[in-house]
Write a protein that binds this ligand. Structure first.
Ligand SMILES: *Cc1c(COP(=O)(O)O)cnc(C)c1O
Length: 388
């Protein structure tokens, strides 16, 4: 890695110089299969013609950015589509997952204070959560190693285990709680799908306390689980939903979807961002959303996900594999030992995979992956696992 870059990452191998579909070309001429998708971002893979055409059209217009002092049509049309396809009435655009959660916390606090007074500001998050690396989103993230060097974080955040009714009863109250936040499938925390009953419990507790329920679908939303939104599978509807990773086809974009009751408490000037919802990212996101929301596309993701499960399930109990967990094209393989060494071996064998914590391998292929590439990647994975 260039010594000019801050050493907060440990990138693998040579620079990447090209890509097509689910394959990437490395600087040393090696081709690798990609089961990471830039961490759940490249849902449509590499070299997508629709994404390229959208980018070219915006470039041809000459206007890449205007700020939110002026109107642009791509953001308005994208927001209307997101509203049409979800529970939400309003959308706020920003530039990343962490930013979308920070905004969600601000919106929830604004609304909660309006109805419950100045003490109603606390946010309850779950054990195993990951919501981002900024001071608010990190305060909601249950990872000591990410938190401790940077404390004090934003105050007013508490943690409870998923499904812990007693813990929820102790922590959540009408007077103090503004919001509960959960990932329907915990991603960074080890690919742990929450049970529908656990999500339903959060909904009921939030309702009883007059608190907002926030679902963070930055990783598990937008088709990754084979449903457009993960909450749709469980049938538990949040008040606020955050999105980011795959939204703009590899360009940085986040979104907060919210119900009118909460939206109605926000006024011009309450929140903002210079770049959010610009015409370039919004135009690309419209292409991504149109493709991913197609029921036929989602059915294909479901079929491919079932194939991943079919290949992985028989391996449990062998090769130091403890458990497999997942939905759609988001899978975790929990190992007895460290996952990082398997990632390195897979890379050397021509397959990109990543981890989710110390002992969990994480698979997130592009949602558009072909059957041939899926089989080829699973074959490499099986071989690499058999060496351990
Ligand atoms: C990646 C992730 C985030 C943070 O997104 P950034 O764009 O890296 O800020 C937040 N929540 C979840 C569930 C994520 O997976």
């Amino acid at each position: 890695m260039s010594s000019a870059l801050l050493g907060v990452y440990r990138p693998l191998g040579e620079p990447i110089v090209g890509g097509q579909g689910s394959r990437l070309l490395m600087g040393d001429g090696r081709e690798v299969l990609d089961f990471v998708s830039g961490i759940a971002v490249n849902a449509l893979g590499y070299g997508d013609a629709g994404v390229a055409a959208a980018i070219e059209a915006v470039v041809a217009s000459g206007v890449l950015h205007t700020s939110n002092l002026y109107r642009t049509r791509p953001a308005e049309l994208l927001a209307e589509e997101l509203v049409r396809l979800s529970f939400a009435d309003r959308v706020f655009f920003c530039n990343s997952g962490a930013e979308s959660n920070e905004a969600a916390f601000k919106f929830a606090r604004r609304w909660a204070r309006t109805r419950g007074g100045p003490c109603k500001h606390e946010i309850v998050a779950l054990r195993g959560s990951f919501h981002g690396r900024l001071f608010g989103s990190l305060a909601a993230t249950d990872r000591p190693a990410y938190r401790e060097p940077f404390e004090p974080l934003a105050p007013g955040f508490h943690f409870v285990a998923p499904g812990d009714l007693g813990g929820l009863m102790d922590l959540v109250s009408q007077e103090r709680t503004a919001a509960l936040i959960a990932e329907p499938v915990q991603g960074e925390g080890g690919v742990r799908p929450l049970q529908p009953a656990e999500l339903q419990l959060l909904r009921e507790v939030a309702d009883q306390a007059g608190a907002a329920l926030i679902f963070d679908e930055v990783q598990c939303g937008l088709g990754r689980t084979s449903h457009l939104f993960a909450y749709q599978e469980a049938g538990v509807v949040p008040d606020i939903l955050t999105l980011a990773k795959p939204l703009a086809g590899g360009l940085p974009m986040g979104a907060v979807l919210l119900k009118e009751e909460i939206a109605a408490t926000l006024r011009p000037g309450d929140h903002g961002t210079t770049f959010g919802g610009g015409p370039l990212v919004s135009a690309v996101a419209r292409v991504v959303l149109e493709r991913i929301s197609d029921p036929g596309f989602l059915a294909e993701v479901r079929r491919k996900g079932a194939r991943v499960q079919e290949v992985l399930a028989p391996l449990v109990g062998q090769y130091g594999i403890r458990e497999i967990r997942g939905r759609g094209l988001l899978w975790g393989i929990e190992l007895e030992g460290a996952a990082a060494s398997v990632v390195t071996r897979a890379f050397e064998a021509g397959l990109l995979i990543t981890t989710a914590g110390e002992r969990v391998l994480r698979l997130l292929p592009p949602l558009t992956i072909t059957e041939t590439d899926l089989e080829a990647g699973l074959e490499i994975l099986r071989e690499v696992l058999s060496w351990s």
